[in-house]
Design a protein around this ligand. Structure first.
Ligand code: 1CP
Length: 358
């Protein structure tokens, strides 16, 4: 009989990434890169030349292939499923489009109570089953490499609300901030619906076999700390509290929170309930450790633009980051996603440097 009173521990055969998330002492940190699949890779461009972005995400064979491209080319310690944060918004009833010029857009952006009330809480299998199909195949593909982790993700309620209210990317945030100032209750109603949606969506990903989930709050840094406390933190907490973080067999699924522009919010992020905080490049890791000592693990935080630097410059930057991060409770990564045009050789150099091979 298993001793049910014993708290689940990280199994020794968990992937390196998971062991790092729970603060195990390792011989080196794991490494993966946010947006590690994408247009900077010629292999990606070859697939993209034949299919549009949304079709790639919705066709599990293509999504699996593209998810594995950076892993096959550079040997990262984790594979993140190729998808996008905006599919749950489409599943809730909005129309998603992607064009090369504008990037992603959501038609008929939300502006009224009726718009928000019309949104459904989608069944994640029925509406976004293509993500779970891709995950199941990826997990099977990785079964021969048990040290490599599979990562699932979602956008945070705030970041998804921003896209749904602005209708796409924004530089000024006029509509979401107007709603926040003029009708905060309406914004709260939307954020609550999004939290419910994301909990179901991430739990479906956990069921499909991911080892870790990351919540992307790419727009979480556009507000003041007080506004973060009112409109962002409670929904991050709600999402993390709703996740099945321990599987029936006792396996623990760590959760990571990324906020872009997070320096003023670090202490608040540490109240979210995340196991790992992913830090952007504007906060030195050593400072983050001092400010949030109770957080199990940190992830980050090389400036994505540093990958454009020549190796003589890049190498010492990576080494300084590794010295700061250490071998315990640390996951090497960028401070945001890989940029278009990044030299693939520099990505390889970074991964190998962290893995002690360059
Ligand atoms: O071929 C193309 O041009 C498509 C570009 C692209 C890619 C490669 C988009 C459109 N999304 C993705 C994949 C993607 N998006 C991943 C894949 C997994 C990986 O390899 O990491 C992930 C995790 C995302 C998440 C995502 N989408 C975020 C959060 C992360 C971040 O970078 O802040 C956001 C904000 C989006 C929206 C989005 N989708 C695509 C673009 C170009 C954008 C950003 C638009 C903007 O600037 O607002």
């Amino acid at each position: 009989m298993p001793d049910v009173a014993t708290p689940p521990s990280v199994s020794l055969d968990a992937p390196r990434l998971v062991r790092a998330c729970f603060g195990e002492v390792l011989d080196r940190p794991p490494v993966w890169l946010m947006r590690q699949a994408g247009r900077y890779m010629p292999e990606y461009q070859a697939v993209r030349a034949k299919s549009d972005f949304i079709t790639m995400c919705k066709t599990p064979d293509l999504a699996v292939d593209v998810s594995l491209q950076p892993y096959r080319a550079f040997g990262m310690d984790a594979v993140i499923v190729f998808s996008d944060i905006l599919f749950p918004c489409e599943a809730m009833g909005m129309t998603l489009q992607f064009t090369d010029k504008v990037g992603p857009s959501l038609h008929d952006p939300l502006r009224s109570a009726a718009d928000i009330d019309r949104l459904i809480i989608p069944d994640p299998i029925e509406k976004t089953g293509f993500v779970m199909d891709a995950l199941r195949t990826l997990r099977a593909e990785l079964s021969s490499n048990p040290d490599t982790a599979l990562i699932g993700f979602a956008g945070s309620p705030w970041t998804l609300a921003s896209y749904m209210i602005e209708g796409g990317s924004s530089k000024m945030y006029v509509h979401i901030k107007s709603l926040m100032y003029n009708e905060p209750q309406l914004l709260h109603r939307l954020l609550g619906k999004l939290s419910e949606t994301i909990i179901l969506y991430l739990n479906a990903q956990i069921d499909a076999g991911v080892h870790m989930v990351q919540l992307f709050d790419s727009w979480g840094g556009i507000v003041s700390p007080d506004q973060y406390r009112e409109f962002i933190l409670p929904y991050q907490q709600q999402v993390f509290a709703g996740l099945n973080r321990t599987k029936p067999d006792g396996t623990r699924v760590p959760v990571t929170l990324y906020v872009n522009g997070s320096n003023p919010m670090l202490e608040l992020m540490a109240e979210s309930g995340a196991d790992v905080l992913s830090i952007d490049w504007q906060t030195p890791l050593a400072q983050a450790r001092q400010r949030i000592p109770k957080t199990l693990a940190l992830q980050g935080n090389l400036d994505p633009n540093a990958l454009f630097a020549k190796p003589e410059v890049l190498g010492p930057m990576i080494d300084a980051m590794l010295a700061d991060g250490g071998n315990t409770g640390y996951i090497a990564n960028l401070g945001h996603g890989v940029l278009q045009g990044t030299p693939t050789e520099h990505v390889r150099f970074m991964v190998q440097r962290i893995q002690g091979k360059a």
